[in-house]
Design a protein around this ligand. Sequence first.
Ligand code: PLP
Length: 391
Amino acid sequence: MASLELSEKIQGIAPSATLALNAKAKDMKAKGIDVLNFAVGEPDFNTPENIKDAGKKAIDDNFTRYTPATGIPELRKAIAAKFQKENGVTYSDSEIVVGSGGKPLLYGALVALCNPGDEVVLPAPYWVSYIEMIKLADGVPVIANAREEDEFEIKASTIEAKITPKTKVIILNSPSNPTGAVIPEEELRKIADLAVKHNFYIISDEMYEKLLYDGKHFSVASISEDVRNRTVTVNGVSKTYAMTGWRIGYLGAPKPVADAIGNFLSHINGNANSIAQKAALEAITGPQDEVARMKEEFRKRLSRFVEGLNEVKGIKCLKPKGAFYVYPNFSGLFKGDITDSAKMANHLLEKAHIAAVPGAEFGTNEHIRFSYATSMETIDECIKRLKELFG
Ligand code: PLP
């Protein structure tokens, strides 16, 4: 009998090392070991009460049926108003798509834009899912490395060197997961000029927009009509409002692109959860003081963590401008068997019971990503253990 095989496409997708690491950390925890977990990319805060109440009300009101695939009209309207007011980008309601988190929207955008073999320029360090999404959408990832000396801010000149006649899309993610780097407005303008000159799309993932500790967020689509018309701006409520489990993301895109993504999602996913859409409406239109409170807490943790990491001999850590990750360089501590980020992450887990994600997942091999969406005590304990391990 001929052997039954999985598709080549799915076999080409790397299993998530983050999940494997998480599983190992959980296993150790179950055995009673005090593991400090810095691997997870989600706020440790609870969803604010007013948002939870809106979800409860939606259930009580029996708002539990299918909605339009691209989202309920009042939410799309509120999102269009948000883009206008906060980002200076004009989208009509019909250019907004609501989905079950940013993930399916990013994938939908890539499916909508890529023909087989089209190149997608991806600045590294990159969020791990982009690369697999590009491959699933039959695109070809072309990595453009941001340099640590430039605080991991990608330069237009680095991107320009990667452009070919096959370049179809560039993915920008500012503030960045994993580095927390923020691309300055001046550089974004140069990158946008390249997109216009060489005629390619921009997918701008602005998921961490509200977690910015220095300066004001700048949306690339606000540059000009021409740039707006080739940009998909992706955002969501997961990180900003501590709503990771509710699964609501949204995007703004020129009408033909928004329609194509909506069409794709209507077959694959249908609408995003109706109750969560009502909660997201409250998140976006209701009081914003909880967002500010969470940000101030993150800011304090960031300062403490970076300071502490730099006190450990052999670790070098930049101070990120946004998101809730630090991305220290551990190469000063590579020796013996520990020659790369994966081995270092394993060493940290086994010897100091610290779970964090190796840089190899994000396209660099000397770094470890720590999420500081965790308590100050956990951060202090982590620094203490690192000093003991490497002191
Ligand atoms: N984009 C970035 C850069 C992220 O870090 C994440 C989540 O980790 C997402 C998108 C997707 O978030 P969600 O699907 O929860 O909206």
